[in-house]
Design a protein around this ligand. Sequence first.
Ligand code: GLU
Ligand code: MG
Length: 437
Amino acid sequence: MINNPLIFAAISDLAGIVRGKAFPVADLQKRLRRGVGWTPTNVMITCFDRIADSPFGALGDLLLVPDAEANVEVDFGDGGQVERFMMSDVTDLEGNPWDFCTRSILRDALARLEKVGGVELVAAFEHEFQFKRPPLPRSNAYSLAGFVERRQFGEALVSALEMGGLVPDTFMKEYGVNQYEVTNGPDRGLRAADAAVILRELTRITAGRFGEEVTFTPIRDAAGVGNGVHIHMSFLDGAGAPATHSGDHPSGMSALTGSFVAGVLKYLDSIVALTAPSAISYLRLTPHRWSAAYNNLGFHDREAAVRICPVTAKDPQDIARQYNFEFRAADAAASPHLALAAIVHAGVQGIEEKLPAPAPTEEDLSLLPADILQARGFVRLPESLEEALARMEANATVRGWFSSDLVSVYADHKRGELAHLEGMDQTARCAAYESVY
Ligand code: GLU
Ligand code: MG
């Protein structure tokens, strides 16, 4: 077959969908300089491809500018096409970052962290997903049999991730029916979110090579398991030394980590609209699902919104390097860039406000009466996307983190998404999301 190879200039947009345009490989140098044309109203294309009320109408021109540092080229060696895509920025025609470019939004948040906290973020995203093929008679939770069933897929995926420039960490059979988990190693700053996008897309593409489809949807049905995205975070100081841990604190947090985590928890109910942004995300963010239902910190506790992860090292230097905390109130309906930007801004806000380190909880918060929860500063996270959007929009601090009117444009975008779901029952809604994530 005749074939002129193409590179896809990719963005992870407000809907958490990867969109863009392709150009011939031969034009790469030109495209790196001049970009590819793009349209402002595209930012209002919801995950269901309906265009929400757009402040831009038919007006305006933008550019997708590919980033050669975020290039993915994977030859599966199966005689099929070589996959090529490059993470890209959205800029105006002069090359200035566009206010709704998710990579630029994350860059701003990371710059604020560096300015206020003097540290660089290191992050790794854990992803759960499910094969869509009809379920097996049993879930095969964590079993060798479940792993072996998908060993060939797992090995192809790990290989594809390596070719895509990632450092694969683990692949496992998760608890749920047809549910697996893939994790890649930590990356610095922007690269961590790029890696999450690359991992999701290569997982889908690899499944396609096996004639299968996978879904990262937050939840397939209310009675089943959720597919979480858990974001592990740690900090490096200006000299590149670990800055997350301190032996002085009972749960090991440095003062900076303590304030950062306190900020994340303080603003959590106003940012979940950005980290767990689908209508069905709120079926997952309920107690006893090992996701997150309250704004609490856990020490090894998988029901907490932020969890301090176990450290196996013994040497103090290794402990400091390994020590990290995990944000669990995220899912793959969110753009990794936007989710991470919101978390980082909330954390930096905590540093600016000099918030004290939160005390980890050890009990089941869902059993505590409302007045006790309130007295201890805990809030139940929003129970619907509508409520999450309202809390985000009502929070002037959160609005102030972003340039232009990101929060209101984002809320309008999400209302367009909700309009698509009108009249659908829960099963139909889950099916709708499963078909797009
Ligand atoms: N599936 C759970 C979630 O929705 C997480 C399970 C785990 O701790 O890995 O977040
Ligand atoms: Mg898991």
